[in-house]
Design a protein around this ligand. Sequence first.
Ligand code: 6CS
Ligand code: FE
Length: 296
Amino acid sequence: MSTATTDLYPSRGTGEVSTPRKDPVVWSVPGTPGPIATAELESFERDGFLAVDQIVGPDEVGLYQRELERLIADPAIRADDRSIIEPQSEEIRSVFEVHRISEVFASLVRDERVVGRARQILGSDVYVHQSRINVKPGFGASGFYWHSDFETWHAEDGLPNMRTVSVSIALTENFDTNGGLMIMPGSHRTFLGCAGATPKDNYKKSLQMQDAGTPSDEALTALAGEYGIKLFTGRAGSATWFDCNCMHGSGDNITPFPRSNVFIVFNSVENEAVEPFAAPVRRPTFIGARDFTPVK
Ligand code: 6CS
Ligand code: FE
């Protein structure tokens, strides 16, 4: 009988409950060599995010943009469960597990400029917990309401500790008008346990419009009042690294300019998923990986 892992971050009970973060933000020992400079690592610790002006060059961005176009034009991909469709336009919103279905994105994951930063932040070998391309086409693609990714990855995917980092790599220009990522700087230091039990098969709805795991207006007002809100803009090839517990969201994109990105979630091999802490069943492996093989 395996001993149940202690739930350090209770959520999805009857009421909302705040828990101070119990985990480090940067897990590597100060001075550990890696692509991130010490001052940048300190700002990641403080803010919960780090913007990189150009993680891949313009020519490489073209390769990834063409691969995104190829994937979303493939009827087999569209019909696959890994594809999430926009509720309004019926266009593809996201395709999950691109690091496994696309060699182009698999090589991006293994790129030292990407995985090297993840190892430096998480202080260990890492595996991919989740990857997706977000197309966010123009003319009305819907955004993602405020949430903490870790709240979902803990409650529904069984990640025990906050030893997980995401990187969003822009494949098109992120303007201040086309539904960019917004983060509350510093919010990663407070875990907000949300009210409301997780429905069965929650992911079928939550990836279009999240319900379970949504903070209250009061909590969001307090967090935004304390931390403010930062909108991320950047050219294609730029990247935003953010801690798994940042309160973040994005608005709709009603401009003609798509805001496409590739989103990769690295989890420490010391933080392997166990059973969900607050959900009746596991999510599919294309959303929450159960293959813990380190990225080499
Ligand atoms: O549920 C998830 O895993 C996904 N949902 C959102 C809105 N962000 C994180 C993650 O990709
Ligand atoms: Fe998210």
